[in-house]
Design a protein around this ligand. Structure first.
Ligand code: GUN
Length: 291
């Protein structure tokens, strides 16, 4: 293996230490503790583990964590009523509704009900629109974390070719928008399930961000020598040798990609820790703006 492993855990730890210092400073100077409300509807096992990690990170950074667990039987109107209470709560600076919501909920209507100034996920139409036109806003956490991880490699992306595989609202679309901003200046290609031959694009890519939700979407033979690979996938694959009965893998075949790439994020320990970190970052920012 020749690729540098981009250590998301270390970058996250360093950034969280900086955030924790910011929290202390805000408490001391203004008497304000940043507060994050995390709403989980239902009991999807992956979502339970994500929100538990978010809440723990929030407490560790010295923030207030409001943990709201609701049964999947709650109505959409009741859920929106909970969000509206949080919109009006001065102790809460950030509101996160873990996605996906159980079947039957309109994610669009639920997300729309979050006040834009507390939308620390950056998912509301107001924040998405502001991001696209380059206005001050909360950047979505995973795409923002991805930009920070690419910065670790010190690769100058100006004029380079970046390929994003996946077009989700949470990752693919916003990461493509951030990579094409003047500050990064990459030429971006977005591949998706309608793309006929993804490898025709990845073979000329200097950076590949893979967020397809499917193991082995990217393999070493699809890469240009020296490319940077950012793997956003978190897939549970059955593994009888593992105590939990499964192991986590990304969307890239790590071993073959690491032979060709100059740098790659591991799964776990790459993008995941940075997503949570940028959530804390946005929550601190929101609390600073509120005073
Ligand atoms: N589900 C998967 N990723 C995310 C995320 O970043 N935020 C929320 N709210 N739900 C998610």
């Amino acid at each position: 293996m020749k690729a540098q492993i981009i250590d998301g855990k270390k970058l996250a730890a360093d950034t969280r230490a900086e955030i924790a210092r910011g929290v202390v400073e805000l408490k001391e100077s203004k008497g304000v503790t940043p507060g994050l409300a995390v709403i989980l509807v239902g009991d999807n096992p992956a979502s339970v583990s994500y929100v538990t990690a978010k809440e723990k990170a929030c407490r560790e950074a010295g923030m207030l964590s409001r943990e709201i667990r609701l049964p999947a039987t709650i109505s959409e109107d009741e859920l929106i009523a909970e969000i509206e209470k949080l919109n009006a709560d001065p102790l809460i600076h950030g509101i996160l509704v873990q996605l996906p919501l159980p079947k039957g909920f309109s994610e669009k209507r639920v997300i729309d009900s979050i006040a834009a100034e507390k939308d620390v996920d950056g998912f509301t139409p107001v924040n998405v629109g502001k991001m696209l036109i380059g206005d001050d806003c909360f950047l979505p956490c995973t795409p923002h974390g991805i930009i920070k991880l690419i910065e670790v490699t010190r690769m100058d992306l100006s004029g380079k070719h970046a390929v994003v595989i996946g077009r989700s609202n949470i990752v693919g679309k916003p990461v493509a928008a951030l990579l094409s901003r003047k500050s990064v200046n990459a030429t971006v290609t977005m591949c998706h399930t309608g793309t006929k031959d993804i490898s025709a694009f990845t073979r000329t890519a200097d950076v590949v961000v893979v967020a397809a939700g499917r193991p082995n979407t990217l393999t070493g033979d699809m890469l240009k020598e020296g490319a940077v690979v950012i793997d956003v996938g978190v897939n549970r694959v059955p593994d009888a040798n593992h105590p939990k009965g499964y192991r986590l893998c990304g969307d890239a075949d790590f071993d073959s990609c690491a032979e060709i790439a100059s740098a790659i994020t591991p799964v776990p320990g790459g993008v995941g820790p940075m997503t949570i970190t940028m959530l804390l970052w946005n929550t601190l920012e929101s609390a600073r703006k509120a005073v």
